[in-house]
Design a protein. Structure first.
Length: 454
C-alpha cells in the first residue's frame, strides 16, 4: 500500500500547528508528569520578566526565594542580564508537579532547642542558607525566623484580611513559606517563628483607633512623633495577632514565639495606658488573658507556644511588673516556654551592686536563671534564655564572652539557648561554639575569670 505524500504547504501548516500547541499549552499539562530535576521549557510572553516567571514557577522548584530561582534560570539559560524577549524559550528547573506542604513536628516543652535568630532581610537571600549550614555544623538544631517584625511587616504573603488591608504583607521576603518550612524540616531543624505583638508602627499608623497615643499637651504629641505601640487590650489588636499566629501554625511551623508581649515602658506613653489602670484592670491580667486566648487558639495545631520577657523581671520589682504587665507566674499558666532576654549589657549600671553588668556575663545569667527557675519550679514550663551574641556594651566581646554565657546556662536549671544578633553577625558565636563543642564535661566547674561576688 502506498501512503499519500503531503505537500510542502501542508507540512508547513502542521509544523506551525505543533509549534502553536506547544506555545499556548497550559502549565498544568506540562507539570503533571514532571519527575525530579526536569528542565521545563517556558516560552516568554509579552510583559514577562525573570522575576515574574520565577514567581510563577517557584512552588514547583527547589528554590526557596525568587532571587534564588532567577539566578538558577539565568545560569541554566546562559543569560548575563535581565533582558528577555517574547517567544524566547527558557529552561525552568522544575522538581515537583505540585507545591510542597510542611507539617508541624510536635515537640515536648522540654525539647532542648539551641539556635539562632535570622531576620527578614537575611531570609530573603543566600545568607540564610550559609547561616543555617554553619549552625548545623556547630551543633545547633533550631532557627528563629521573623514572621512579623518591629516594622509591623510580615515576611510572607498572608490571607489575614487586616494584614492585606493595611499592607502588612505588601513586601514579602518569602513567597512560599510552606516550602521554606519543609526545607528547614529536611535539614532537621526546629522552626520557631517570632511575632512582634504590641509594638506595631504599621498597624498604629493605619488604624489610629487601636494605637496608644500620648495623652497630654500638644508638645507631648510632638515629642512622641508617630504612634508605634498598639493597645494590648483592644480586641482588634489581639484578634489580628492571633489570626497571624494561627495562619503560621497551619503552614507547619513547630513553635510560635511572642515578642513584645507587654506594655510600653517609655515615659512619654505613661499616660496613654493610665485609663486602663483607672478601670482597675492590672496590666499583667490583660497580657495573661491574651496569652490564654492564644493558647486555646493554637492548641489544635500542636505547636509550642513561647514568650519573650525582659530579663530584669526575674528580680520581681513590682514597678517593672506593673509597667510591662509581664508577671512570670501568670504567663507560665498559658505557655510552654519562657524565654528571658538575658543580655548583660542591657542591665543598667550599677545593677544589684554589680558596677558593670556588661562585663559580668556569667554572673548576670547565672543569677537571672536562678530567679526565673524559682518562679517556674512548680510548673511544667521550660526556661530557655536568649543570650547576647552582639558586642554592644561589652568591652571585650570575643569567644570567651559567649563561652561564659554558655557555662552559666550549663549550670542553670534551663534547657537550651538562643543566640541574638539583630544583624545576624555570628562569627564570634561560631568560634565560641566550636570551642564549646570540644570541651571536656569533666572539667567544667563553677569557677570563671568573669565571675565575681559583690
Amino acid at each position: 500500500m502506498v501512503e499519500p505524500k503531503l505537500s510542502s504547504k501542508s507540512s508547513l501548516c502542521i509544523y506551525i500547528l505543533i509549534f502553536l500547541s506547544l506555545l499556548f499549552q497550559p502549565l498544568k499539562a506540562h507539570a503533571k508528569d514532571i519527575g525530579n530535576n526536569t528542565d521545563f521549557v517556558h516560552w516568554v510572553s509579552p510583559g514577562d520578566s525573570l522575576n515574574r516567571i520565577a514567581h510563577q514557577y517557584l512552588p514547583l522548584t527547589d528554590a526557596i526565594t525568587i532571587g534564588e530561582l532567577v539566578r538558577e534560570i539565568r545560569q541554566l539559560n546562559g543569560i548575563q542580564n535581565s533582558l528577555i524577549h517574547p517567544r524566547q524559550p527558557l529552561l525552568i528547573p522544575l522538581s515537583q508537579s505540585a507545591p510542597v506542604k510542611a507539617t508541624t513536628v510536635p515537640k515536648q516543652p522540654d525539647f532542648e532547642a539551641t539556635g539562632i535568630y535570622i531576620n527578614r532581610f537575611s531570609m530573603a537571600c543566600q545568607k540564610m542558607t550559609r547561616l543555617l549550614d554553619r549552625l548545623i555544623v556547630s551543633g545547633g538544631n533550631t532557627v528563629i525566623l521573623d514572621g512579623k517584625d518591629m516594622t509591623g511587616r510580615l515576611s510572607y504573603p498572608s490571607r489575614v484580611a487586616l494584614a492585606n488591608e493595611i499592607g502588612a504583607d505588601a513586601s514579602p521576603v518569602i513567597n512560599d513559606p510552606a516550602k521554606l518550612f519543609h526545607y528547614l524540616h529536611q535539614k532537621g531543624l526546629h522552626i520557631i517563628v517570632r511575632l512582634v505583638l504590641f509594638y506595631d508602627p504599621l498597624l498604629a499608623a493605619k488604624k489610629p483607633g487601636v494605637a496608644l497615643h500620648a495623652i497630654g499637651t500638644e508638645n507631648q504629641q510632638t515629642q512622641i512623633g508617630k504612634p508605634e505601640w498598639v493597645d494590648p487590650y483592644h480586641r482588634i489588636v489581639q484578634g489580628y495577632n492571633l489570626d497571624i499566629a494561627k495562619e503560621l501554625a497551619e503552614m507547619g511551623v513547630d513553635e510560635i514565639q511572642f515578642d513584645y508581649i507587654r506594655f510600653p515602658t517609655e515615659k512619654i506613653l505613661e499616660n496613654a495606658t493610665r485609663s486602663l489602670d483607672e478601670q482597675g484592670i492590672p496590666r499583667y491580667e490583660i497580657i495573661a488573658d491574651f496569652l490564654a486566648r492564644a493558647r486555646k487558639a493554637l492548641t489544635p495545631y500542636k505547636v509550642l507556644l513561647s514568650v519573650d520577657v525582659f530579663g530584669i523581671v526575674a528580680w520581681g520589682h513590682l514597678e517593672d511588673i506593673r509597667i510591662t504587665g509581664q508577671n512570670i507566674e501568670e504567663l507560665a499558666k498559658h505557655c510552654d516556654v519562657v524565654c528571658p532576654m538575658i543580655y548583660p549589657s542591657h542591665f543598667y549600671s550599677p545593677f544589684q551592686d554589680i558596677p558593670n553588668p556588661g562585663s559580668q556575663p556569667f554572673l548576670l545569667i547565672s543569677e537571672t536563671c536562678k530567679r526565673f527557675s524559682s518562679f517556674l519550679k512548680d510548673t511544667k514550663v521550660t526556661l530557655r534564655p536568649w543570650i547576647q551574641a552582639f558586642p554592644y556594651g561589652a568591652k571585650n566581646f570575643e569567644e570567651e564572652y559567649i563561652l561564659e554565657e554558655l557555662r552559666a546556662l550549663d549550670q542553670a536549671n534551663s534547657c537550651g539557648w538562643m543566640l541574638w544578633s539583630a544583624g545576624n553577625a555570628y562569627d564570634v558565636a561560631w568560634k565560641a561554639l566550636d570551642q564549646w563543642n570540644k570541651r571536656s564535661l569533666e572539667g567544667i566547674t563553677a569557677s570563671s575569670k568573669f565571675f565575681r561576688y559583690y
